[in-house]
Design a protein around this ligand. Structure first.
Ligand SMILES: CC(C)(COP(=O)(O)OP(=O)(O)OC[C@H]1O[C@@H](n2cnc3c(N)ncnc32)[C@H](O)[C@@H]1OP(=O)(O)O)[C@@H](O)C(=O)NCCC(=O)NCCS
Length: 155
């Protein structure tokens, strides 16, 4: 729990802000794939949770996780640059992981750009293991890393 921050499900009206954050904080150099319309579809999708961290009416961070039969997939996660290293990323991940556990899901998978060393350090700190280095996973032949966490083992 972080003072003044409320974590919960996104509303349809939040889709444009989340999409802009994705474009500016995650997708830079890759082209804008997570447009407002695409994020809105996820907000409305029963098997996906779009979690936001709000301070008042402002969204300071968000995470999107899709829940499948056997595992969950983190699709996007970002915290506003001014609010980093304050525990918001961890709080969002814990919220999403708790939802996965409650649904009986024991594994979370995600991908990160190989060059994104801050995010890789963040995920490792949270117990994620770097399982595979994939050449050319992203546009412009950029390499990626597949990570996973066994929630049951870590619980
Ligand atoms: C990755 C990201 C979501 C982390 O959010 P955050 O709110 O800053 O993370 P937290 O404050 O919860 O960090 C938890 C722990 O992770 C580790 N960590 C976080 N950022 C780190 C960094 N830049 N370098 C090294 N370790 C880091 C630290 O151990 C930290 O604990 P500490 O601050 O007590 O040392 C954030 O940096 C971000 O939005 N980055 C840009 C978008 C992005 O890369 N998203 C991931 C795409 S795969």
């Amino acid at each position: 729990m972080i003072r003044g921050i409320d974590i919960g499900l996104a509303h349809p009206d939040d889709a444009p802000r989340i999409a802009r954050m994705s474009r500016d904080l995650i997708e830079h150099g890759l082209g804008w794939r997570w447009t407002p319309a695409r994020v809105l579809r996820l907000v409305r999708d029963d098997s996906t949770n779009v979690a936001v961290a709000r301070e008042g009416t402002r969204i300071e961070g968000f995470g999107i996780m899709r829940y499948r039969d056997e595992d969950a997939h983190l699709m996007l996660l970002a915290v506003d640059a001014r609010r980093r290293r304050g525990g918001l990323g961890r709080a969002l991940m814990e919220w999403l992981e708790e939802t996965a556990l409650a649904a009986g899901i024991g594994v979370v998978r995600l991908e990160a750009r190989a060059s994104n060393h801050p995010a890789r350090a963040f995920y490792r700190r949270l117990g994620y293991v770097e399982a595979m280095h994939v050449r050319g996973m992203y546009a412009h032949d950029e390499d990626g890393i597949r990570l996973a966490k066994d929630l049951w083992a870590c619980a």
